[in-house]
Ligand binder design. Structure first.
Ligand code: ZN
Length: 281
């Protein structure tokens, strides 16, 4: 019955209100949606912020507002900022790390996305990793390609990261890694070979969300990931009511695999955050 962390990616930079009105955009909507997800069992929230016109934002004030609301209303929940690039100026992607969220996402290489090249120059990767290191932020390494695992290992060798980072395999992004069970085994095999102490999770994008979660649970993942950033539907016909509904689906799946949902304290221990003050700013 070892516990599983549920990570909820509440907003992202692509799904819009017009696609699903439940996608939270303003800080107050984001705090409310996170609170619902927290009550449903999520112990980690992955945050992108948006401008009023719904475009991706790097505004530290917005990050600070969402962070403060989560610390207040969701005690213990792990706050993770995105440093992802879609629609953001590369120079601004680390501009909110001084706020010292518990974690931040870190992509360690470039990859093709549906309509853009998601560019992560080696200099930018090292710069973001250095800022995380300086601010005591644990990175979640985003793996869109096998070479990105080696990018992570180079950061460990450079002393910019400890040897047990949290790693997320992202599958099902058009033009990047397909959602394929065999590929997950291949990635996991390489992770265990080069970063054997790492914790891990996998995210399935769009219609692959539940399938990838199932593969991850079958392989004893430390965490699962869900949320409207990755997928806005419950079925092909029906939109998700909110982030909490997607968390409830994850809870069911975790139980069906004979495991249980991690509390926030357990999530912090699993991800080596237990000694850090809750959401300390
Ligand atoms: Zn994200």
């Amino acid at each position: 019955m070892n516990p599983v962390v549920i990570a909820v990616a509440i907003t992202g930079s692509v799904p819009r209100k017009k696609d699903n009105p439940a996608v939270p955009i303003t800080p107050s909507e984001q705090i409310e949606s996170t609170h619902e997800a927290y009550e449903a069992g999520a112990s980690l929230v992955h945050i992108h912020v948006r401008n009023d016109d719904e475009s991706a934002s790097s505004d530290p004030e917005r990050f600070a507002a969402v962070q403060a609301g989560i610390v207040k209303y969701c005690p213990g929940m792990i706050v993770q900022f995105s440093t992802g690039g879609r629609g953001r100026d590369p120079g601004q992607r680390g501009s909110s790390l001084y706020l010292k969220p518990d974690m931040a996402s870190l992509s360690t290489g470039s990859v093709n996305f549906p309509t853009i090249v998601y560019e992560n120059h080696a200099v930018l990767v090292r710069d973001l990793a250095g800022k995380m290191c300086d601010n005591g932020i644990r990175p979640e390494i985003e793996i869109f390609d096998l070479s990105h695992l080696h990018g992570a290992r180079r950061l460990v060798e450079a002393g910019l990261m400890d040897d047990h980072p949290h790693v997320q395999f992202v599958m099902g992004v058009e033009n990047a890694l397909p959602a394929d069970e065999h590929l997950l085994d291949l990635l996991l095999g390489e992770l265990r070979r080069i970063l054997p102490k790492a914790t891990w999770t996998a995210a399935g994008i769009g219609r692959f969300q539940a399938q990838v979660m199932q593969w991850a649970l079958q392989r004893k993942a430390d965490a699962v990931r869900t949320g409207l950033e990755d997928n806005i539907r419950v079925t092909k016909e029906r939109l998700a009511r909110n982030n909490a509904e997607l968390v409830e689906i994850a809870v069911d799946m975790i139980m069906r695999h004979g495991r249980r949902v991690a509390t926030c304290d357990e999530a912090r221990a699993i991800l080596s955050l237990s000694n850090k003050k809750w959401g300390a700013a």
